[in-house]
Ligand binder design. Structure first.
Ligand code: ADE
Ligand code: ZN
Length: 333
């Protein structure tokens, strides 16, 4: 079975996490920025993570090369090209507006650059997209509220909000007003929960924030009552296997709970999170699952169908992608 081109939606993707080392060096040179790493090899040597925070430190540092609209557009276009080559047919893409504003980059520069690449995506790559503003949970809620108002004032083409960055110690309860405001503005609501944080963060993201989809959610498996609820409500969980291994949320892929999540009837799908940092795009994640767990074509198709159904794409687009997936499944024999 080839899983390389299973048509799927990617629902958990940080666009800043697609900045490949080569592009970091190129943008640094273009913008006259001196990086602490003299060479590509020096930079690559930094990609050894012990936990989420050790990754975030490098992820935020590397963003310093993003200065102009063209930088954001080039990064986004590179992701679209790579993801579409790997079978991604629809992508819901997060960006971290606070991380750019904090280092003096105007909000409009980030938004316009990313949006310009997304606007050309259907024509260039046959890939539909949506943009989601993710807020940094280790920053005060007030900062998020202000940036959300700025995004609304700019009429930024966002369909929703998310919550990311350092999870433990920054529970969903901290962001109740932010999610109320976003809901009143007609935005869709997602949140990272249960990556490093406890299962209670997953239930709180659902109950206190009204999250429609949970990013990661793997630690839910520690709480049988929560698992039963997630199965009954078919809450979408955007799982990122290679990310979880690289950030040591699990020791090895063999210990990843995805098979148990499927067996429990959870609505899980496969995503890349920060593919430039974690060793692969969506197709690489599928390939690792097939190699590691022996997932068959039906299981791969189930995961892909979950991603399409759990997306915020319109009904017609979902139907078209599910039909494409049906053809793929038939071809697998
Ligand atoms: N920001 C980028 N990637 C992230 C992750 N895996 N968890 C939390 N915040 C992030
Ligand atoms: Zn993430």
């Amino acid at each position: 079975m080839t899983t390389r081109h299973v048509p799927a939606a990617e629902l958990h993707l940080h666009i800043e996490g697609t900045l490949e080392p080569e592009l970091i060096m190129e943008l640094a040179a273009r913008n006259g920025i001196e990086l602490p790493h003299a060479s590509l090899a020096d930079l690559r040597a930094q990609y050894q993570f012990t936990d989420l925070q050790s990754f975030l430190n490098l992820y935020y540092a590397n963003m310093s090369v993003l200065r102009t609209e063209a930088d954001f557009a080039d990064m986004t276009r590179a992701y679209l090209a790579r993801a579409s080559a790997g079978g991604v047919r629809h992508a819901e893409i997060m960006f971290d507006p606070q991380a750019h504003v904090a280092r003096g980059v105007p909000l409009a520069t980030a938004v316009n650059g990313i949006a310009a690449a997304l606007a050309a995506s259907e024509q260039e790559f046959g890939m539909t997209t949506a943009l989601i503003a993710a807020f940094l949970r280790d920053e005060p809620e007030q900062s998020a509220l202000e940036i959300l108002e700025d995004l609304l004032a700019l009429d930024a083409p966002i369909i929703g909000i998310g919550l990311d960055s350092a999870e433990v110690g920054n529970p969903p309860a901290k962001f109740v007003r932010l999610y109320e405001r976003a809901r009143s503005a007609g935005l869709r609501l997602i949140a990272h929960a249960g990556e490093e944080g406890p299962p209670s963060y997953v239930s709180d993201a659902l109950d206190l924030l009204g999250a429609e989809r949970i990013d990661h959610g793997i630690r839910s498996m520690e709480d049988p009552a929560l698992v039963a609820r997630l199965a009954a409500e078919q809450v979408p969980l955007t799982v990122c296997p290679l990310s979880n291994v690289r950030l040591r949320a699990v020791d090895t892929l063999a210990e990843h709970p995805l098979p148990q999540m499927l067996a429990a009837g959870l609505n899980v799908c496969v995503n890349s999170d920060d593919p430039a940092y974690f060793g692969g795009y969506v197709d690489d994640n599928f390939a690792a699952l097939v190699a590691g767990f022996g997932f068959d074509a039906d299981t791969v198709a189930t995961l892909a169908a979950n991603s399409i159904r759990s997306s915020f794409a319109g009904a017609d687009r979902k139907a078209a992608l599910l039909a494409e997936l049906g053809e793929w499944r038939t071809q697998q024999g």
